[in-house]
Design a protein around this ligand. Structure first.
Ligand code: FAD
Length: 381
């Protein structure tokens, strides 16, 4: 079925991005994988071509267009370029709504221009060594003392953890109040007592700086709180998680499509027993199944993107998109690797890197099991 998500302006933007990725990103990504980090300069270059903060108002340097189709174009081009280490999806799709929708005028002026230009790199720190799926178990505290919060605790697995200048930190301002005691604070680079730990060594996403963060009596001004009142943090997180999960689903489908395409090409050319391996019935059946499922996933995710634009994407819809497409991505890439034979296990073949990069997709942003819990609860059983 024909895909009809994008209009002419999205396709024009796609062309610009494709050229940018080919010039500024793809040739350098191997080196960034070795370095374990993406240089800040490329963030600024991406900012110059309008890559960040589409929904940010023009008065703060953005385009003022709230249309997740642009986010999707960006993600798809990143995947196409094999640039899995860029934390741009996290910046654009996950953190952006916190900084655009929960900030007051003073905060917008302070943070948004840098967010758009790529000079202020963002992160969000929910997960702790003892609390991942169960966010209510967060132990980081932020206790009010006059016009500051005193922040203490530890976070782990934080995307953009080393590069980040602005970190949205989930903390308990009232540790005895459960979810209602949770507040979001923006911690800025250089605040005393804010330290970064290890840049963690991962199975995949090698160029991504995923790190530990430590807060030791960090005095965070009250002006850095997101939202008018303390205790709104859990609700704010629940509100924004559907967009985060959709963003992961967009990656999943784009990655599955890309690997399927390269595998078709491989099967057209690789010879065994005197013919192309694509001529074997098994190969055709495997590819037929994967092509069918990926196309179905594509249409569901595109529909979710439009629902998000209309502010109608429910938590349950996003959970369905997240678990099903990411499990599909893992399956598609694994089967495609098999069709590459031994070459699929060699890092010089992109399917090998895609296989390593894909594994985390069913884990972060809420695991498959948690997504099924969310959906199951909605079924009235
Ligand atoms: C590369 C990477 C980047 C990340 N980036 C970020 C980031 O930027 N910011 C951030 O805050 N976090 C980030 N995370 C953390 C990620 O969101 C968590 O790892 C994830 O939510 C799972 O939490 P956990 O690791 O503590 O696993 P746990 O919660 O300990 O889960 C372990 C297992 O138990 C299962 N389980 C848990 N609860 C239930 C239940 N109720 N029912 C059934 N099964 C259950 C899980 O599904 C899983 O299989 C990142 C993680 C990785 C690996």
């Amino acid at each position: 079925m024909q895909r009809d998500l994008f209009e002419e302006e999205h396709l024009l933007f796609q062309e610009t991005l494709r050229e940018f990725m080919a010039r500024e990103v793809a040739p350098h990504h191997d080196q960034w994988e070795k370095d374990g980090i993406v240089p800040r300069e490329v963030w600024k270059k991406a900012g110059e071509i309008g890559m960040f903060g589409f929904g940010v108002g023009e008065e703060y340097g953005g385009s003022g267009i709230t249309d997740f189709r642009y986010n999707s174009v960006i993600t798809e081009e990143i995947i196409r370029a094999g640039a899995s280490g860029l934390g741009w999806g996290l910046h654009n799709d996950v953190v952006a709504p916190y900084l655009t929708e929960l900030t007051n005028e003073e905060q917008k002026q302070r943070w948004l221009p840098g967010f758009v230009s790529g000079e202020l790199i963002s992160a969000i720190a929910m997960t702790e060594p003892g609390a991942g799926s169960d966010l209510q178990g967060v132990r980081t505290t932020a206790i009010r003392e006059g016009d500051h919060y005193v922040l203490n605790g530890q976070k782990t697995f934080i995307t953009n953890g080393i590069n980040s200048d602005l970190v949205v930190v989930v903390a308990k301002t009232d540790p005895s109040a459960g979810a209602r005691g949770t507040t979001l604070l923006v911690v800025e680079r250089g605040m005393e007592g804010f330290e970064r730990g290890r840049n963690l060594e991962k199975v995949g996403l090698k160029a991504q700086d995923t790190a530990e963060l430590f807060f030791d009596n960090v005095r965070v001004p009250v002006e850095n709180r997101l939202g008018e009142n303390e205790g709104e943090g859990f609700f704010q997180l629940m509100n924004n998680l559907p967009q985060e999960r959709l963003s992961i689903a967009v990656v999943a489908v784009a990655a599955a499509e890309a690997v399927l395409e390269m595998t078709l090409e491989y099967c057209r050319n690789r010879q065994a027993f005197g013919r192309n391996i694509g001529k074997f019935q098994n190969t055709r059946f495997v590819l037929a199944e994967l092509a069918t499922e990926v196309e179905i996933a594509r249409h569901y995710v595109d529909k979710c993107i439009l629902a998000l634009n209309a502010r109608q994407l429910s938590v349950v819809d996003a959970a369905k998109a997240k678990w099903w497409t990411t499990e599909l991505q893992v399956k598609v890439i694994d089967r495609c690797l098999q069709l590459h034979g031994g070459y699929g296990y060699m890092m010089e073949y992109p399917v090998a890197k895609a296989w390593l990069d894909s594994r985390v997709q069913t884990i972060y942003g809420g695991t498959t099991e948690i997504m099924k819990e969310i959906i199951g609860r909605s079924l009235d059983i």
